[in-house]
Design a protein around this ligand. Structure first.
Ligand SMILES: NC(=O)C1=CN([C@@H]2O[C@H](COP(=O)(O)OP(=O)(O)OC[C@H]3O[C@@H](n4cnc5c(N)ncnc54)[C@H](O)[C@@H]3O)[C@@H](O)[C@H]2O)C=CC1
Ligand SMILES: C[C@@H](CO)CCC[C@@H](C)[C@H]1CC[C@H]2[C@@H]3[C@H](O)CC4=CC(=O)CC[C@]4(C)[C@H]3CC[C@]12C
Length: 369
């Protein structure tokens, strides 16, 4: 993508562009990528807000499609300069079968890679996840680690397994010749727990608190730190690395980068209270109100109930054996690799990220405030 400030001429494709992160990437590209001529938004479920984006100078093309269908992916990719692949099944609650998670997250990613190769698209950014690293099945903590920190990344759950396989496919594809003879340049971004406007899990916590009279009950020790990153900063990192990928292909190609900002290290519940507290909710207990063995029992009962009820209704509570294990294992990153490699600095401070998220929660229906 030779630099050309004169005429916007680049075509970007964002898969999963109507999702929580995808929407922020789409809006960030329209605001901060001056070289854009066309922005293609590919998603299984197109959102109504896309229509409002079609009135600007950049051509916004909404494409309803399925990443598991290779021909649909190829048609969307053809003619694009950059693909940001963020579509995926983000499911740790048992909503989809392991087979479906694999089909979307792994086969879908393979389809995106092959489409780039066949149609001659040279630049591919993959939204990976911290879960590619951990927490692992042994519950080993990952404390302020970076991209080079040794860690036994062993998984059993379908979601982290699928993300790890997909990331591997993307990184291994770096350097393959695309149609036209140029090399494919790929990289993977690994967000820690993303928060911000549109985060469904935050909405679920909020609604759970409303159901209990404005109270949430501590289940995780405050000492367990969980890395979190604001969605706007994750979107910004995607935009920035996409811009730098051509100029710095030798350095960035085949690399992974944790997504990070200045969000504080806290337990998952305490961090959520940074936003839910100002909206009228209270976290009851300075220590977990129930012993861990009882939480494990309740999580297991939830899993059993989910299995029993599946023929009748999809029962997907926040608490299950996997979410309990992840929430109870410290996983935080401390790195500046993205800054060193492509000049990334968070676009939003912690204060701004917090204010924007609080504002969004307050606007949710039935605010406790
Ligand atoms: N939410 C989080 O905390 C984190 C998310 N990620 C990754 O970020 C990416 C986006 O995640 P979120 O925005 O949270 O999820 P999301 O569920 O809000 O967005 C995913 C989007 O992909 C679309 N999609 C799903 N299956 C598809 C298919 N077969 N074909 C086309 N589109 C399909 C969905 O319709 C949705 O719009 C995912 O790859 C996820 O693994 C990584 C780290 C943390
Ligand atoms: C004991 C429960 C009741 O309080 C707490 C339940 C919290 C969980 C729902 C979350 C704790 C950690 C979250 C995950 C983490 O942020 C890493 C993730 C990365 C991704 O790529 C997707 C989302 C997630 C798996 C995220 C999901 C929700 C938690 C398990």
């Amino acid at each position: 993508m030779a630099e050309s400030a004169q005429v916007p001429k680049l075509v970007y494709l964002v898969t999963g562009g109507c999702g929580f992160l995808g929407e922020h990437i789409v809006r960030m590209l329209l605001e901060r990528e001056p070289r854009l001529r066309e922005l293609r938004v590919f998603d299984l479920h197109l959102s109504p807000w896309l229509e409002e984006l079609k009135t600007g100078p950049v051509q916004v093309t909404a494409i309803q499609g399925d990443v598991t269908q290779a021909h649909e992916v190829a048609a969307a990719v053809a003619g694009s300069h950059v693909v940001i692949h963020t579509a995926g099944l983000v499911d740790v609650f048992g909503k989809a079968s392991p087979k479906t998670i694999h089909k979307v997250n792994v086969q879908g990613t393979q389809n995106v890679i092959e489409a780039c190769i066949r149609t001659g698209t040279q630049f591919l950014i993959y939204t990976s996840s911290m879960e590619v690293v951990g927490p692992n099945v042994k519950g080993h903590p990952f404390y302020r680690g970076n991209e080079d920190t040794p860690y036994e990344a062993v998984h059993r759950h379908p979601y982290p397994c699928s993300k790890a396989l997909a990331e591997q496919l993307v990184l291994e594809a770096n350097g393959r010749k695309v149609n036209g003879g140029q090399p494919l340049v790929t990289c993977a971004l690994r967000p820690t727990g993303i928060y911000g406007e549109g985060h469904q899990v935050m909405r679920d916590f909020y609604n759970q608190g409303l159901r209990f009279g404005g109270r949430l009950f501590r289940a995780i020790p405050a000492s367990v730190e969980h890395g979190r990153v604001y969605v706007g900063n994750v979107a910004w990192m995607h935009v920035l690395v996409a811009r730098e990928l051509e100029q710095r292909a030798a350095l960035l190609g085949g690399q992974v980068y944790f997504c990070y900002d200045k969000s504080p290290y806290k337990s998952y519940e305490d961090f959520n209270m940074e936003f839910l507290g100002p909206c009228g909710l209270r976290l009851i207990g300075t220590h977990p109100l129930l012993p861990y063995w009882l939480l494990v029992l309740l999580a297991t009962l939830n899993a059993l109930l989910q299995w029993l009820l599946r023929p009748l209704v999809l029962y997907t509570p926040l608490l299950n054996p996997y979410t309990l294990a992840v929430a109870n294992t410290t996983f935080t990153v401390s790195t500046n690799k993205a800054q060193r490699h492509f000049g990334y600095k968070p676009l939003f401070s912690w204060e701004e990220s917090k204010a924007r998220t609080i504002h969004w929660v307050q606007a949710l229906e039935g605010s406790a405030w």
